[in-house]
Design a binder for this molecule. Structure first.
Ligand code: PHE
Length: 454
């Protein structure tokens, strides 16, 4: 099939924007710095980089390949490809695990993106002009303690993301990514220049992030780094597969995967290099957790000339980074509903958006009225869905994708998408057949072991 019924990206560049728009999101700007902080920097960052290169890029290439070969939603693509390859239908689980992971992630993603919208409003109306370590702490605590405010902001975000998804691949997704992605880069670079020249703690931050100490090894950091590599690249749940379905023939899949992973990694590292100098300069703790970005960035903006303007612009762009990721979380199931129920795109997008919103209420409430409800020791609903998605569902989905592409998919399909065997293709194949599954397996086994031995 040369076209998808959902539409097609108009060029290679647009695909790169869309896929990197999916990859670059709250994971990079909000999550990466705080989990790097929680896990002590250096060792975590190194493992993370290794995972991106050895596991992330090859699995991303596999997803794009499967998507382009199938040209349908991940669930139906997997059905077609298992049949075309003459292998057991159990592989179709890949589509379903992905759909569950997508809902789970989108549910809490909407809540955190809602925080970003709140900060956008505060920043633009001058509520943060005098921000210091104490006042940002208060503002964050007040916001998260208020269930209705959280649900309000979450709803606003989900409505916006659903609206774009409802407009469709070309009119909605493509238009959204075309403008937002380049602008985000320019702003990030400006902020890094500020951090490097004005913050006074840039060197310290570099050391924290890049000095590898063997004794910093921990199984939890290992699992966190690996899980985050899946999360930040949007792989393991079919988002990239869905986007691959709209990719014109002739674009190099491996080349595109490397480019997307590189862009994503750069944004994560730059974000950390903006946030950590502020942490060190203000006597904050890098181990703050999910609030880290919201406690630090307003301080930076309060201290820089034109801070209110740049701060507003920055939170606007973080919102867009979040939206371009959210629409990719909506895409697999939305496209599937269109194929399955033959409904319009708008109806499908609204069904998916609504269900993710509903599930998200659990996360919104776990910061206030449900903060005492623990599913495992110390684990709120928010912690639970976060843990289940990036540390379990995405790695499992990703390994299944790697194994399917590496061992079960018919060779002629691979040749059609990647061209005939060559050096890069051999490396890619070795990585998805052996390295990625074994690496993920080892991390899982080590984690299980610590559960028993404490
Ligand atoms: N990669 C996105 C981020 O970093 C999150 C995401 C995960 C999007 C999985 C789609 C699929 O914010």
């Amino acid at each position: 099939m040369s076209q998808s019924i959902h539409g097609m990206w108009s060029s290679r560049l647009i695909f790169i924007f869309a896929a990197s728009g999916s990859a670059i999101g709250l994971g990079n700007i909000w999550r990466f710095p705080y989990i790097a902080g929680e896990n002590g920097g250096g060792f975590f960052v190194l493992v993370y980089l290794a995972c991106i290169l050895l596991i992330g890029v090859p699995i991303m290439a596999s997803e794009i390949l499967l998507g382009r070969a199938g040209r349908k939603s991940p669930i139906n693509t997997m059905q077609d490809l298992t049949q075309a390859s003459g292998v057991t239908a159990s592989w179709q689980a890949i589509g379903w695990v992905g759909a569950i992971a997508g809902f789970t992630i989108l549910s809490y993603y909407g809540v955190v993106a809602g925080w970003v919208l709140f900060y956008l409003l505060e920043m633009s109306t001058g509520g943060l002009v005098n921000a210091n370590a104490q006042s940002t702490q208060e503002i964050f605590t007040t916001l998260t303690a208020n269930p209705w405010a959280l649900v309000g902001w979450q709803t606003l975000f989900m409505v916006m993301a659903t609206y774009i998804a409802a407009l469709g691949v070309v009119k909605g997704l493509q238009t959204a990514v075309k403008y937002m992605m380049p602008a985000l880069y320019i702003l990030l670079v400006m902020l890094v220049v500020w951090a490097a020249t004005e913050s006074g703690h840039f060197q310290e931050s570099l050391t924290f992030l890049f000095s590898f100490r063997v004794e910093a090894f921990s199984v939890d950091a290992l699992l966190a780094a690996m899980g985050h590599a899946f999360f930040t690249l949007s792989i393991g749940m079919g988002a990239i597969m869905a986007y691959g379905a709209y990719l014109p023939k002739g674009v190099s899949i491996i080349g595109a995967s490397v480019t997307i992973a590189m862009l994503d990694t750069i944004v994560a590292l730059l974000s950390a290099l903006i946030i950590f100098p502020i942490v060190f300069a203000n006597g904050l703790e890098g181990t703050e957790g999910p609030s880290l970005m919201f406690l630090t960035l307003p301080i930076a903006f309060a201290n820089m000339p034109g801070g209110q303007f740049f701060g507003t612009l920055f939170f606007l762009l973080v919102s867009f980074a979040a939206i371009t990721s959210a629409i990719s979380l909506l895409e697999p199931v939305t496209a599937w509903l269109v194929e399955r129920l033959r409904t319009t795109r708008a109806v499908s997008a609204m069904i998916v958006g609504f269900m993710a919103w509903l599930l998200g209420l659990g996360s919104a409430f776990s910061f206030n009225i449900m903060s005492d409800v623990h599913f495992f020791p110390g684990m709120t609903f928010f912690n639970l869905v976060d843990f289940a998605s990036d540390k379990i569902l995405l790695p499992v989905g990703g390994v299944l994708i790697a194994l399917f592409t590496g061992w079960a998919l018919r060779q002629t399909i691979i040749e059609e998408e990647l061209g005939f065997a060559g050096y890069t293709i051999n490396i890619w194949q070795a990585l998805i057949r052996y390295i990625a599954p074994v690496a993920v397996g080892i991390v899982f086994v080590m984690k299980l072991q610590t559960l028993f031995t404490g």
